[in-house]
Design a protein around this ligand. Sequence first.
Ligand SMILES: N[C@@H](CCC(=O)N[C@@H](CSS)C(=O)NCC(=O)O)C(=O)O
Length: 176
Amino acid sequence: MNTHMHADHVTGSGKLKELLPGCRSLISKASGAQADVHVADSELVEFGRHKLECRATPGHTNGCLTYVCKEQGMAFTGDTLLIRGCGRTDFQEGSPTALFESVHTKIFSLPDEFKLYPAHDYKGLTETTVGEEKKFNARLTKPLKEFVDIMDNLNLPYPKLIDKAVPANRVCGLQF
Ligand SMILES: N[C@@H](CCC(=O)N[C@@H](CSS)C(=O)NCC(=O)O)C(=O)O
């Protein structure tokens, strides 16, 4: 299950499909990437005893999804919400306004005790909670205007693999 079409690394979906016959890859319809299964906002994905709700959380890319597991009180936020931060919004149809709206309506609306697992952390942390991020997120605790200003002035270098990763991830990570 891909949270979005990554720009910094190549998805393992294609490789997993080669290794595990019957394995199916999944990504949002809005990502524009190939996969066996395409999902959209509020669709449920069921496997074994697990049920994940797909929540469209555009902003970092327009195809970003957050996967919510209500029974276990957790969500996988991809690059939409990072621990004390969030995904950049300066390429792949990124939009700070959309990201702000996504987080406030689709992630901060979950109960405070829900555990959050983002796709990255650049300091070695692996887990946070909705309550912690509502209090301590350095970007998303700001009002919209200030948030947009922060995001428009991050001045981050492009991910080193972007020119390889995006085309490869459009086709399940197999041609690069
Ligand atoms: N050093 C990395 C790229 C770092 C980066 O741009 N991270 C992205 C998520 S992956 S597209 C991001 O959104 N960062 C937000 C931030 O505030 O750092 C590389 O070259 O691969």
